[in-house]
Design a protein around this ligand. Structure first.
Ligand code: SAH
Ligand code: DHB
Ligand code: MG
Length: 226
């Protein structure tokens, strides 16, 4: 098994099932032209996010980690009339590209981009009484995954879904002695999800154009006690 084959199969899947969308293509082109890292979700993963949001009937979506807004556009396109998506981004260069991509895609009225460290924005959202969000997609700096998960729980309701990208990272996640802060953050997230009676969670390994990785899905079962 080779990553070339995984990439070829991702191409096969996307050619067959993921229709070309000029605004998504333009978002990727603008991100590339601006020199943003090519770490957006793959097209078939973007469509998975979109279909999950639609299946949930999501009206309020929260995303942690915008980059150029590729996953954001997939998710925002799933919103019903009057739905809103809040996306959080630290790097102003990334946020500038993303905002232009939202404007071009006609999504500026329903996508709210908050700049700055996500932990600050998440605390603000809680103090503003924002949410509950029907779907949270966590895809920013991996060492902070445990914190993002805790904030997500405060911003969701029973029935909400929390998704976390990149929880496998070439299998590094099973190394209990890992020193890499990203791996440690993800392992801590996994322990939190396993121990928390407010969620029921699982993870699925993936291969594809983004290598060997995976995602976590947590269903929120009950609100945080007051
Ligand atoms: N969800 C995007 C990819 C996000 S890449 C997509 O699939 O299209 C991760 C992003 O998280 C980067 O843009 C990075 O700048 C941002 N990020 C990293 N640390 C952050 C922090 N502390 N707060 C908010 N965003 C952060
Ligand atoms: C990286 C981050 C991501 O969110 C991703 O999907 C792939 C790679 C990274 O930081 O390398
Ligand atoms: Mg990711």
């Amino acid at each position: 098994m080779s990553s070339e084959l995984w990439t070829a199969v991702d191409g096969y899947i996307s050619d067959l099932l993921v229709s070309q969308d000029p605004m998504l293509e333009a978002a990727l082109e603008a991100s590339h032209a601006a020199g943003l890292p090519p770490i957006n979700v793959a097209p078939n993963q973007g469509k998975l996010l979109h279909l999950l949001a639609r299946a949930l009937g999501a009206h309020n979506i929260l995303e942690v980690g915008t980059l150029g807004g590729y996953s954001t556009i997939w998710l925002a396109r799933a919103l019903d009339e009057g739905g809103r998506l809040v996306t959080l981004e630290l790097e102003s260069r990334h946020a500038d590209v993303a905002q232009a991509n939202f404007d071009r895609a006609g999504l500026a009225d329903r996508v709210i981009l908050r700049r700055g460290p996500a932990v600050d924005s998440l605390a603000e959202l809680v103090s503003e009484g924002a949410g509950p969000f029907d779907l949270v997609f966590i895809d920013a700096d991996k060492p902070s995954n445990p914190e993002y998960f805790e904030w997500a729980l405060r911003l969701t309701r029973p029935g909400s879904v929390i998704l976390v990208d990149n929880v496998i990272r070439d299998g590094a996640v099973i190394d209990a002695g890992a020193q890499d802060p990203a791996v440690r953050g993800t392992r801590r997230l996994n322990e939190l999800m396993a121990a928390d009676p407010r969620v029921s969670a699982t993870e699925v390994q993936t291969v594809g154009s983004k290598g060997y990785d995976g995602f976590a899905l947590a269903l929120v079962l009950a609100s945080e006690p007051a």
